[in-house]
Design a protein around this ligand. Structure first.
Ligand SMILES: *Cc1c(COP(=O)(O)O)cnc(C)c1O
Length: 491
């Protein structure tokens, strides 16, 4: 393809993308293809000779579009939202047009410098302490691929720090701390690094958050066994129910355990810190005081296209001392002199995408006010939904709604007469019936043995009408589920 062919195909691609967005609402949310559907549409071998691009682009439409789950659909309420803005799409296009592995400053000075500046923009927008700014030249922010990568980096750095302070420690005694509500990224980090993980039980009465007492009891029990806690993953906004660990009590306990690194996983909820009215409830002052590292994904609720996991550390040396492996061919004058950040020493890989253009475009085009409005809109829409659930006679909230997430379930009349298993069966049937539809998508979860349904708002295209329509559908399905369930459970 030459430049003029690219120009033509590029215009056509933008037209196709615009048509897709214009028709999005009429398309099903859930793809209806069966596993293996593509085998009949795409040959098993690459073509011997090059094909015409028009034909390739047409196949995108025929082969790919039917196999997509439409995360940008206004009636997508599953998992958490995935950011997708036209600004982000354009940024990806520009970024890929100057493809470069960006591992150090000289690999493309713009790549490093825009990340340094825009990560400070984001830190300021979220209200993080200036200690986390790149401009502090001590702490700093870096773009990671995912929250899982951010945790992996934090655990590796925390382990190095702990081992440097206690060289006699055996690897098998080191323990990662988390709770039963921590995202699987904690368990994954333990598997990848061959470390132990302790998941502390959390309770319904505490809204599934980690409290100081629970943490202290676990530390004390482990100390007696000679185990060494070296990192705690605190969650601000758990995946299951949006629970916020009590960072205030945790910080208090950690004062007695200064060797323990506090990583805050705020993958989903962290972007809500852009709105000052949520900062206290999300423990921003305590995070600013006590967190060693903090992570939030702008690619979830934060309008930036996947991938963009933002991670900040209070002391960049903790990362570079753990991760700097510098063979001679990677040494540069700027790196040696310390005049520029070498981001390759802040993450696991060497090469890295030029992702900061996405944040730059989004924050400039929306402004901080526009970003805040997007967050506030999600919370407001979720409130409409959770108010409807509260009024319902068959549905009930499982925990208080958290920001833009509601967790609910069917509660049958006289629930105390039924076993937990029977009520779980009812809720599973309810979710299965919802999942068989293609006009709405929600995910289920299990909170301490109870099956619940989650509704997560946050796509930039969701409006009040979609929320009310979703509630109507959900209530109808719930009503039918409970009818048939009552019949099978009648004496
Ligand atoms: C989504 C989510 C994650 C996982 O994020 P990745 O970026 O896909 O690794 C981790 N923690 C929480 C709280 C999440 O909501």
């Amino acid at each position: 393809m030459d430049v003029e062919q690219f120009r033509k195909a590029g215009y056509a691609a933008i037209d196709r993308i615009c048509d897709y967005f214009n028709s999005l609402e009429k398309l099903p949310v859930v793809s209806r293809v069966e596993p293996g559907y593509m085998k009949d549409l795409v040959p098993a071998e690459a073509p011997e000779n090059g094909e015409d691009f028009d034909k390739i682009a047409e196949d995108y439409q025929k082969v790919i579009i039917p196999g997509l789950t439409r995360w940008q659909h206004p009636s997508f309420f599953a998992y958490f939202p995935t950011g997708c803005t036209f600004e982000g799409i354009l940024a990806d296009l520009y970024s890929s047009s100057v493809a470069n592995p960006g591992f150090n400053w000289s690999a493309s000075p713009a790549c490093t410098e825009l990340e340094v500046i825009t990560m400070d923009w984001a830190a300021k927008m979220l209200g993080l302490s200036p200690e986390f700014y790149n401009s502090s030249e001590v702490g700093g922010g870096v773009v990671q691929t995912s929250a899982s990568d951010s945790v992996l980096v934090a655990v590796v750095a925390a382990r190095s720090r702990y081992q440097a302070a206690h060289p006699e420690t055996k690897m098998e005694d080191l323990v990662i701390y988390a709770t039963t509500q921590t995202h699987s990224l904690g368990a994954k980090a333990a598997v990848v690094l061959g470390l132990q993980i302790r998941t502390i039980e959390v309770e319904w009465k505490d809204s599934y958050c980690l409290r100081g007492d629970g943490l202290r009891a676990a530390f004390e029990a482990d100390e007696k066994l000679g185990r060494k806690p070296f990192i705690l993953i605190g969650t601000v906004g758990t995946t299951s129910s949006g629970a916020v660990d009590n960072i205030s009590e945790i910080a208090q306990v950690l004062k007695e355990y200064p060797d323990v690194w506090l990583h805050i996983d705020a993958a989903w909820a962290g972007v809500a810190l852009a709105c000052p009215e949520y900062r206290e409830a999300l423990y921003l002052p305590q995070i600013n005081e006590a967190a060693t590292s903090f992570c939030t994904n702008f690619h979830k609720w934060g309008l930036v296209n996947f991938d963009f996991s933002a991670m900040w550390v209070r002391d960049r040396k903790l990362l570079t001392e753990a991760l700097d492996v510098t063979p001679i061919f990677l040494r540069t004058k700027q790196g040696d002199e310390g005049t520029a950040i070498d981001y390759r020493n802040w993450h696991l890989g060497l090469g890295r995408k030029f992702r900061s253009i996405k944040l730059w475009f989004v924050l400039r085009s929306y402004g901080v006010t526009g970003f805040q409005n997007h967050i506030r809109k999600g919370i407001k829409l979720n409130k409409i939904f959770s108010d409807l659930v509260e009024k319902s006679e068959i549905l009930s909230l499982v925990t208080e709604p958290s920001l833009a997430l509601t967790v609910f379930r069917i509660t049958p009349p006289n629930e105390e007469n039924y076993t937990v298993a029977a009520v779980n069966q009812l809720n599973l049937h309810f979710h299965n019936t919802l999942s068989a539809r293609d006009d709405i998508m929600l995910t289920k979860t299990d909170l301490n043995g109870r099956i619940c349904i989650r509704l997560a708002v946050g796509s930039s295209r969701t409006e009040e009408t979609h929320i009310r329509q979703a509630y109507e559908t959900i209530e109808q399905v719930a009503s039918a589920s409970i009818q048939s369930w009552l019949q099978t459970h009648a004496n």
